[in-house]
Design a protein around this ligand. Structure first.
Ligand SMILES: C[S@@+](CC[C@H](N)C(=O)[O-])C[C@H]1O[C@@H](n2cnc3c(N)ncnc32)[C@H](O)[C@@H]1O
Length: 300
């Protein structure tokens, strides 16, 4: 598969069925990526439908432009964050939409490019920025945050039970040489977590710390509830929203925000429990393993 298309979109059939897009609909994809979901939505909304694709990563936007060029001016692309949904709609003079999608987190392109710094399996610079023009990098967090701030970050965003000890080890190590590479961080995490606990936990020992840093650097959780509310305001009555989360922190925010909106009688929740990918999908795409899909409908 070539560079622009190898990210495989997750839960596509389920999303297409539940979003139920029709000809002429306008839909927002707030995490356009390389356009896997967007392509299916553009096909389902032909003729005449439009898709607003938002992504803050320039490489993702270039891949999407290449992959979706056949759709011409039915595709509108924005380099904003999905948290800025309302401004994006105003800038395209779109007053309301019929569908909304978020496929959260990072793409296979991010994980597989060692130089972006997202991978604990390949050595690279400690970057982790989705938007390379933003200021804070993972190295800045590791080198500049206080021990307490590091511990809070690892605990809150990584649910890492060894957060305190790992932060102590980070502070000790950076006193000798500042952090530059992902491998240096992996070594610190391995040294900080006792071998028995590492074995018992299974999986890669640095997975939670990398998740925490990525969330901190990209400010991934803080604005999510606002996006769900703004998307609901943007939907026409009967319009549907869908969000795929990849860890419990994200899913909790989506679940609680939808509950509040339901209490306010603004939405009906279509998925009582989150939808998970089939075994077959996970076999063909390991990135789908932790996916949780929630769908709602605007009622008033
Ligand atoms: C999992 S990928 C989306 C893949 C896409 N559904 C596809 O089929 O190709 C998530 C994308 O969302 C982008 N992203 C994550 N958080 C964002 C945010 N707050 N605002 C805008 N884009 C964001 C990332 O840069 C990444 O390209």
């Amino acid at each position: 598969m070539d560079e622009t298309t190898y990210h495989r979109a997750v839960l596509v059939e389920e999303i297409m069925e539940l979003l139920a897009c029709k000809s002429g609909d306008t839909v927002i994809d707030g995490t356009l990526g390389s356009g896997g979901h967007a392509k299916r939505i553009l096909d389902a909304t032909a003729p005449g439908g439009r898709l607003i694709g938002i992504d803050r990563d320039p490489e993702a936007r270039s891949a999407a432009i290449e992959n979706l060029k056949e759709y011409g001016d039915r595709l509108l692309i924005s380099d904003s964050r999905h948290e800025e949904l309302t401004q994006v709609m105003n800038s395209f003079e779109v007053p309301s939409v019929d569908g909304f999608l978020l496929d959260l987190g990072i793409s296979s392109r991010h994980v597989d490019s060692a130089e972006r710094g997202f991978s604990f399996r390949q050595d690279g610079p400690l970057d982790m920025r989705m938007d390379p023009s933003s200021e804070l990098t993972a190295a800045d967090v590791l080198n500049d945050y206080s021990e307490e701030e590091l511990s809070r970050t690892f605990l809150e965003w990584g649910e890492e039970r060894w957060a305190k000890r790992i932060s102590q080890f980070v502070v000790e190590r950076r006193g000798k040489t500042p952090y530059e590479s992902t491998e240096q961080l992996v070594e610190t995490v391995k040294a900080a977590i006792p071998a028995g606990a590492r074995r018992a936990a299974g999986g890669h020992p640095a997975r939670r710390v990398f998740q925490a840093l990525r969330i901190e650097v990209n400010d991934e959780i803080v604005g999510l509830a606002d996006t769900v509310r703004a998307a609901t305001d943007a939907l026409n009555t009967g319009g549907r929203g869908a969000i795929i989360s990849y860890h419990s922190l994200e899913d909790r925010v989506v679940k609680w925000t939808l509950r509040e909106l339901k209490q306010d009688q603004k939405v009906a929740i279509i998925t009582k429990r989150p939808i998970r990918p089939s075994e077959e999908e996970v076999e063909g795409n390991s990135r789908a393993r932790s996916a949780l899909l929630r769908v709602w409908e605007k009622v008033s």
